[in-house]
Ligand binder design. Structure first.
Ligand SMILES: [Zn+2]
Ligand SMILES: [Zn+2]
Length: 343
């Protein structure tokens, strides 16, 4: 079978390999749709450092085509596959911090989502496969994982009905965060960014207000919309300290901030300690997904509370998967998905 993997820095390569062998409790998936994500692009830029690299892609919807002895998963079922699952027993899992699990990455999609067959290890088969509701298209379900990342962020900040939420960043994850904030009852969702066509998309589907940060003073604009208070929640969905600091300037007293985007090592922020103390800010960070976030994401998608269709700007057959990677890397559109023949 074929799998798309990371080659030299900036390169992807097709690898021809044997179909994965599956053992007791394991599941074999036939991929239907796999999303391409900013973290895949990061991996491509870094280049392969492994003798036996994993295939790209972790936003996977597939059909169960075979199961090992003892696996309870029904053959034929269409499922979202979690990219990893927490162990449930380590210090962090016991403290309800499943995405900090010490064993989080011990089991994953083998060889990855952009392959013709995918082996699902036992723990992942038991806890990380979620049936896709019948009426939900596979391409929407493929975005369950990024939506679930936003659910975790919304929970970390305690986004509540009536809140004003400022999302800094107009990329796919910024817009998904805006959509999830709305689904959590935010009354005013503001998206701040730099790219006119992305801000327009935000205004058309996900945001009540858009702010081009080079044309307007963000803090002033947000305060103007909130009786001078500022936003209840500020989410930083762009890996830039400068943009994040600009966003923090719009956070109200007692508000919550979330560092959503993964930033490069050494990215630091001059934080105003006096404001942190006297204004009782809550500073949070959130990374990745746990099973309950994926379940919630599928609910949001199938109920229509989060509509990802305007975000899917590129659909590529598996044979053209490198073009899907390019679509994301060059920011041609917003989100690219790879559709397999069986989809
Ligand atoms: Zn992703
Ligand atoms: Zn754990």
């Amino acid at each position: 079978m074929k799998a798309l993997k990371v080659g030299d820095p900036g390169q992807v390569i097709w690898v021809e390999q044997d179909d994965p062998q599956f053992g007791p409790g394991e599941v074999l998936l036939q991929p239907l749709v796999c999303g391409v994500c900013a973290s895949d692009i990061k991996a491509v830029r870094r280049g392969n450092r492994d003798a036996n690299p994993w295939a790209l892609g972790h936003e996977l919807v597939g059909r169960i085509i075979a199961t090992g002895d003892g696996a309870q998963n029904p053959i034929g079922q269409r499922v979202v596959a979690a990219p990893y699952v927490p162990c449930g027993t380590c210090y962090f899992c016991v403290h309800q911090q499943p995405t900090l699990c010490q064993h989080l990455f011990e089991q994953g999609l083998d060889p990855g989502g952009l392959a013709e067959r995918v082996r699902i290890p036992r723990l992942l088969a038991e806890r990380g496969l979620f049936p896709v509701p019948t009426l939900l298209p596979s391409e929407a379900a493929a975005l369950a994982e990024p939506v679930a990342c936003c659910v975790q962020a919304a929970e970390a900040c305690g986004i509540a009905a009536g809140d004003t939420v400022l999302v800094v960043g107009d990329g796919p994850m910024g817009l998904l965060n805006a959509a999830v904030a709305r689904a959590h009852g935010a009354a005013l969702v503001i998206v701040a960014g730099l790219t006119p066509r992305r801000l327009e998309l935000a205004a058309a589907h996900y945001a009540d207000v858009i702010v081009h940060v080079e044309q307007e003073n963000l803090a002033q604009r947000v305060k103007g919309l909130t009786d001078g208070r500022g936003a209840d929640v500020v989410l930083a969905a762009v890996p830039s300290a400068e943009a994040t600091l600009n966003g923090l300037g719009a956070l109200r007293r007692g508000g919550a901030f979330n560092a959503f985007a993964g930033t490069a090592e050494g990215t630091t922020l001059p934080l105003d300690l006096r404001r942190l103390h006297y204004d009782e800010w809550r500073i949070t960070g959130s990374f990745g997904v746990a099973p309950h976030h994926l379940r919630k994401a599928l609910e949001l998608l199938s109920s229509g509370h989060v509509d990802v269709s305007p975000l899917i700007t590129g659909r590529f057959p598996f044979a053209d998967a490198p073009l899907a990677v390019e679509h994301m890397a060059k920011q041609v559109g917003m989100k690219a998905v790879v559709m397999f023949e069986s989809a």
